[in-house]
Ligand binder design. Structure first.
Ligand SMILES: Nc1ncnc2c1ncn2[C@@H]1O[C@H](COP(=O)(O)OP(=O)(O)OP(=O)(O)O)[C@@H](O)[C@H]1O
Ligand SMILES: [Mg+2]
Length: 343
């Protein structure tokens, strides 16, 4: 890759984007081709989707001369909600000042920017990178929105050269909800592979537990790594946080006895869920919706950004069909069951 690596915030540190070489090559390929229709990337919470999208912005700008619009509606800072390539600065300012309360109507803003860029630039290359829009505006609205976007691409006011639209989603049930629509190609992304994760681990200062131990807790998930680092490497704190913020007590208390039993055996082997698929449908849906597990049936590489998870790794909770998002996600469930006196 010719592009420099972006700097990313990691707790109180700034780190450089590491690893993910295959994903970066895939971004380069779509930079050459453009995307059609829209590419959606989803994967475990904290696996590095936002980081990849930020690096993608840099690649598309530097290597392929795209004018990039980057939207992250759930960010807290305004500069992070919307950022863009310098060459379209004037258009963006014009649109922002013409639409009242523009940050609340960010979807309209983007459509207007694209339309103006197509009209004013000669055969432009445009990339729209949208981070977690599903979470921000709800699936039904996203669908209408993406259709409007596709409409603009299919019937543009003037010619453009290339367009690339990449959307990330951290909602577990993305595939269930939008898998069947013609407007999207779905890709999955998994946690980092061991070597890549080690590179990130090596960047962390101060005394830290040995790598193998951290790998067995985080399973390559950079957000879990960040939470471990932030908590002074206290896995109990991270697990307590997961239990509280996912409200696992309520989730488990609401299950039937049969579902509880299946859940308990899935701690040992996540493919138990597949074995009991008839009785576990609701359980699987909820585990997916809570971002505790992911469906990982299709290991074929062309369906994945970067690499799919390994075929099986029972220590990390990865089965042939279903996988715990990280070992600590599984531990959070195990501990809640224990606290409720169910194991
Ligand atoms: N390849 C990488 N190199 C360096 N740091 C990374 C990389 N991937 C992720 N990180 C860091 O790990 C943390 C979690 O990553 P990130 O926020 O991108 O995950 P995410 O999948 O977008 O999470 P969410 O599901 O919450 O949206 C962030 O601090 C991010 O900067
Ligand atoms: Mg993110």
């Amino acid at each position: 890759m010719r592009t420099s690596r972006v700097k990313l915030r990691f707790s109180d540190l700034i780190v450089e984007f590491v690893d993910r070489d295959r994903a970066l090559r895939q971004i380069e390929e779509l930079g050459e081709r453009g995307t059609y229709p829209v590419y959606i990337i989803y994967g475990p919470e904290g696996c590095g989707k936002t980081a990849l999208l930020r690096q993608a912005k840099q690649i598309l700008e530097e290597e392929f001369s795209y004018s990039v619009i980057y939207v992250s509606p759930i960010s807290r800072e305004r500069e992070e909600i919307l950022s863009y390539s310098l060459d379209i600065k004037d258009v963006v300012h014009e649109v922002l000042s013409a639409i009242p309360d523009s940050y609340a109507r960010i979807a309209d803003v983007i459509l207007r920017i694209i339309s103006l860029v197509i009209q004013r630039f000669t055969r432009p290359r445009i990339a729209v990178l949208m981070d977690d829009v599903f979470q921000a505006i709800g699936l039904n609205k996203v669908e209408l929105y993406v259709k409007a976007l596709l409409n603009l691409i299919e019937y543009p006011p003037k010619e453009y050269e290339k367009i690339a639209i990449l959307v990330t989603s951290s909602e577990g049930i993305t595939r269930e909800k939008i898998g069947r629509h013609r407007w999207a190609h779905m890709y999955m992304m998994w946690n980092m592979c061991k070597e890549g994760f080690r590179e990130l681990y090596d960047l962390l200062p101060y005394q830290k537990p040995e790598f193998e131990h951290v790998w067995r807790l985080a399973g390559g998930n950079p957000w879990i790594l960040q939470e471990l680092y932030r908590s002074g490497w206290d896995a109990n704190k991270v697990v307590s946080y997961l239990i509280a913020y996912k409200d696992l007590h309520t989730f488990i208390a609401d299950l039937s006895n049969e579902e509880k039993e299946i859940l308990i055996s899935s701690l040992e082997d996540s493919d138990t869920l597949m074995k009991h698929i008839r009785d576990a449908k609701r359980l699987i849906y909820k585990l997916t919706e809570l971002n505790l597990i992911a469906r990982v049936w299709d290991r074929v590489e062309y369906l994945w950004f970067d690499f799919p998870p390994p075929e099986r790794d029972s220590e990390l909770g990865i089965g042939r069909y279903y996988a715990w998002q990280t070992p600590l996600h599984r531990e959070a469930v195990r501990r809640t069951l224990e606290q409720l006196g169910l194991t």
